[in-house]
Design a protein around this ligand. Structure first.
Ligand SMILES: NC(=O)c1ccc[n+]([C@@H]2O[C@H](COP(=O)([O-])OP(=O)(O)OC[C@H]3O[C@@H](n4cnc5c(N)ncnc54)[C@H](O)[C@@H]3O)[C@@H](O)[C@H]2O)c1
Length: 510
């Protein structure tokens, strides 16, 4: 069995989206006379949003932390929730740091004492903050997904182009996985033959968030206007274990896109990377529903989406929030994968794990090659490397935009769909073998969860055509096309002081 060497990695890192460099960078940290950085050359970092994911980032910049990133120091924190702000302040103080505190990110970005910002607020704030930070001359690490909707993601990409003196990187951390680069190098070598299709699986337990009546109160200390930002200002209508504001926004269209844009974006990004698919697909079709319980949430907990490109194999993406069978928390496994990506080729298949390891099998199921190891914070180290070298090698914003948009497109077909009987769903899935297989497996999964598809009908979406240049959708039925194009997941421009600037004519450059 072949072992994976550093040389292979270097070769692999020149493959596909990982190879592009951003030209024209001038700012240098830590050089004599350099324009940026603290007196000792440390990069001065501000963190925005650190209830959960952002808190992990925050710890990366605290002296004495096990995950400390070298050459960077925390100088500012920003959160709209007083309690979260206090948690960040305490952590910084304990590490011997005094940090500037902000509730309004715009004030933080105006500070001359910050070089780079890490953005980990909810999804609906990602694009607007990325653009504002770049306009203010900051380097940006923005958490995945890049956007709440396709249009604003394109504006963020355009901002990265326009303000290319700054670094902009997206936190799809698998892009820094040497193991995935190895697996892709193997695929490209042709050892397994051509790719026939790629399946992304996001089987992750998502329980009911409870059912509540009417608007719920916002906890004291949260500036809800700032929290809402470019979304529609409306009271929260959820009150799960995490309260009325934090985290469960994922399951509401005003802020998130369900698990496909939450966990799924990671696997979507890897799937598109494996395929070598350039830009958006030519068509997308989805079906699914929120099955097994009734609660406040809006997004489907079960979704299958089929995407086709003219020049590459199809991509099938499956989201499952229910367990293996009714009452079980353990999740289904598809070809050794619960959360992962499987690329089926002519002579075998490759399985990419959630944490970045990969194994190639022959069609007889025998292991051919393993790319072992897991993510040890490589992406965050690469972010610091990008800041110093002024080159983004892993996590280009435009790649993030396309992968994020795939999630939006999958949701848009679902949202333009209608409840249909199972027999009509079978017809809609068509004759594509991989799509049919996903359909049958999904039916089995729902049956095991005692979901009665006659009582709770699946939503079956239309096949939408996608124009890769305008990033708009079409369908023979104008009503369907208009519904998809006018949906906020396709385009939302923001609200009042949180209006997203239009930097591109929405026409993709490539
Ligand atoms: N890369 C990964 O593997 C990974 C893992 C988990 C989460 N994430 C991403 O990180 C982001 C945050 O996730 P989370 O689970 O921490 O969510 P969360 O809702 O628990 O926390 C978000 C925080 O952002 C704050 N916030 C909201 N609006 C703000 C604003 N305008 N200014 C400043 N702060 C604001 C909130 O008060 C909260 O403290 C999400 O976009 C998620 O997709 C990425």
């Amino acid at each position: 069995m072949k072992t994976w060497s550093r040389k292979d990695f270097l070769k692999a890192s020149l493959i596909g989206g990982g190879a592009a460099f951003v030209a024209g960078q001038t700012r240098l940290y830590g050089q004599v006379g350099g324009a940026a950085g603290s007196a000792n050359g440390d990069i001065r970092v501000g963190i925005v949003g650190f209830n959960a994911q952002g808190f992990g980032h925050l710890q990366n910049y605290l002296p004495g932390s096990r995950s400390k990133l070298e050459g960077a120091v925390l100088v500012a924190i920003c959160d709209v929730d007083d309690k979260v702000l206090a948690k960040g302040r305490d952590a910084a103080n304990k590490a011997g740091l005094k940090v500037a505190e902000f509730k309004d990110y715009r004030k933080m970005f105006a500070s001359k004492d910050i070089d780079a910002v890490v953005l980990a607020p909810p999804n609906h704030q990602h694009s607007i903050m990325t653009i504002a930070a770049l306009q203010a001359g900051k380097d940006v690490y923005v958490e995945k997904p890049l956007s709440h909707n396709i249009w604003e993601g394109r504006q963020a990409v355009e901002a990265a182009r326009k303000y290319s003196k700054n670094i902009a990187l997206i936190g799809t951390q698998n892009r820094s996985s040497e193991q995935i680069m190895g697996a892709i190098a193997m695929l490209r070598s042709g050892k397994l033959g051509k790719i026939k299709w790629v399946t992304g699986t996001c089987y992750k337990s998502r329980e009911s968030i409870g059912l509540h009546d009417g608007p719920q109160a916002v906890a004291e200390g949260i500036d809800y206007n700032l929290w809402t930002g470019p979304a529609t200002l409306t009271p929260p209508t959820r009150n799960g274990p995490r309260g009325t504001v934090h985290y469960d926004w994922h399951w509401f269209w005003n802020y998130g896109g369900g698990d496909i844009t939450n966990q799924g974006i990671h696997q979507m990004d890897v799937a598109r990377w494996l395929l070598g698919a350039q830009g958006l697909p030519n068509t997308v079709m989805s079906f699914g529903g929120r099955f097994g319980y009734r609660d406040d949430a809006e997004t489907p907990n079960t979704l299958v989406s089929v995407m086709n490109w003219k020049d590459s194999a199809p991509l099938i993406f499956e989201v499952r929030g229910l367990g293996r069978k009714k009452g079980m928390k353990a999740m289904d496994v598809y070809r050794k994968s619960s959360v992962g990506v499987v690329a089926q080729c002519e002579h075998g298949y490759i399985n990419i794990a959630e944490t970045g390891g990969a194994i190639a099998f022959g069609n007889d199921g025998k292991q051919i090659e393993a790319f072992q190891g897991a993510d040890n914070g490589a992406h965050r180290k690469n972010w610091i490397a990008a800041l110093r070298s002024r080159k983004v090698k892993h996590g280009l914003l435009e790649e993030g935009h396309y992968s994020t948009s795939l999630c939006h497109l999958a949701n848009l077909s679902y949202l333009a769909g209608a409840e249909k009987a199972n027999a009509q769903l079978a017809d809609a899935v068509g004759s594509d073998l991989a799509a049919k297989d996903a359909y049958w497996r999904t039916l089995d999964h729902l049956k095991a969860n005692e979901v009665d598809l006659d009582a709770t009908k699946p939503i079956v979406g239309p096949v939408l055509s996608v124009d890769g240049k305008t990033e708009m959708l079409s369908h023979p039925d104008k009503l369907i096309a208009d519904a998809a194009n006018n949906h906020p997941l396709r385009k939302r421009t923001g609200r009042g002081e949180f209006t997203i600037p239009q930097l591109s004519a929405t026409v993709a450059k490539s």
